[in-house]
Design a protein around this ligand. Structure first.
Ligand code: GLA
Length: 348
């Protein structure tokens, strides 16, 4: 049995793929076996798509149109194309992993240096989105089926709702999101789905703010096709969060847009048998929720993507500063209890 086969009647099963995975034959074998969607963990983010040195070689010439480079992205596009795996584009507009010089009047790598003007940033935003979409659609038509057009523009800790410290907010304010989607719609092939993606979407304030500030205005202009719930979850908090998570899934689902779980993992520092049992139970409940929502037409879930294939390569160990065992496969690719629990949900 494979994950993608188990869920073929419901939704795609995806995973993030890192550059280290790309060099491992075993990882590539598992990728092809279990998944029919993939997301580059890092290599298609803006910091890897622009060439600072080449841009700075002639800053006047490249003032509105920084030099692009596609060598890192190309590897994922090639692999996805060759193996018939649908690729999620991640991500076009984000405050993180986008070089700070891109936002600056004189391309300084310094947060304090003067920001470029609104007009300049609108032009650079259009240029960036146009360039990336034109490249992938010309050289790899049909490979990317969805783009995270904007990632994480809303903050639950900020009364404003908007992520105001983001360089995008600093330069374009609340006009950033709608413009990013206008440009994406303008240049994306008609079949490519445009997503807004964010984390902790189970937070009630965040859920409402995303619906009101982002989804509603984008839907009015028919600019958005889907909402991504990142779903970086925490095992110890899961019992408490699942009710709100379910509410968000239904509230987002009620918009009629496609819904994806885009970066699923459940942080868990307890690698014991008991810890693994708890993890399996959490995954079971989560997948039961996904399947129920899909079956009952409450959320058109089109893909669930895991953020990593096996425990020892998960970003969570670094991020949480404790060893994490958050995924379906163990360090040696062994199928964990959580794997069997997830497969069993589809079979019942
Ligand atoms: C966010 C981003 C992802 C990734 C994770 C951490 O969720 O969307 O691209 O960087 O953080 O690994």
């Amino acid at each position: 049995m494979s994950l993608k086969k188990a869920y073929e009647n419901y939704f795609k099963i995806g995973t993030s793929v890192s550059r280290y995975d790309m060099k491992s034959d075993k990882a590539m074998e598992e990728l092809v076996k279990h998944y029919n969607s993939m997301t580059a963990e890092n290599d298609m983010k803006p910091m890897f798509m622009m060439d600072k040195e080449a841009t700075l070689a002639d800053p006047e010439k490249y003032y509105l149109q920084p030099v692009m480079k596609y060598d890192t992205a190309r590897k994922y596009l090639e692999f996805a194309k060759k193996n018939g795996i649908a690729l999620r584009g991640h991500t076009l507009g984000w405050h993180n992993q986008t070089p700070i010089w891109f936002f600056k009047e004189n391309f300084e790598d310094d947060f304090e240096a003067p920001w470029a003007s609104r007009e300049t940033m609108l032009a650079r935003l259009e240029w960036y989105i146009k360039s990336v979409l034109t490249f992938v659609q010309t050289e790899y038509p049909g490979v990317i089926y969805a783009w995270d057009v904007v990632n994480e523009a809303i903050e639950e800790r900020n009364e404003e709702g908007w992520r105001t410290r983001s360089p995008w907010y600093q330069t374009l304010g609340d006009e950033f999101v709608i413009n990013a989607f206008r440009f994406a719609r303008k240049y994306a092939a008609p079949e490519v789905k445009l997503y807004y993606n964010d984390y902790n979407t189970f937070n009630p304030f965040k859920r409402e703010t995303i619906l009101n500030y982002i989804v509603k205005p984008l839907m009015e202009e028919k600019l958005i096709d889907g909402i991504g719930m990142q779903s970086h979850l925490i095992l110890n908090e899961w019992e408490k969060d699942i009710t709100e998570y379910e509410k968000t899934l239904y509230a987002f689902g009620a918009t009629g847009l496609d819904i994806q779980s885009t970066e699923l993992d459940i942080h868990n520092a307890d690698g014991s048998e008991e810890g693994m049992k708890k993890l399996a139970d959490a995954y079971k409940k989560l997948f039961e929720l996904y399947v129920k929502a899909k079956k009952e037409g409450k959320a058109n879930i089109t893909c669930v993507t895991f953020w990593g294939m096996k425990d020892d390569v998960s970003w969570l160990t670094g991020f949480r500063r404790e060893r994490s065992y958050p995924l379906l496969f163990g360090d040696n690719w062994e199928e964990k209890e959580a794997y069997h629990a997830v497969v069993a949900v589809a079979e019942n």
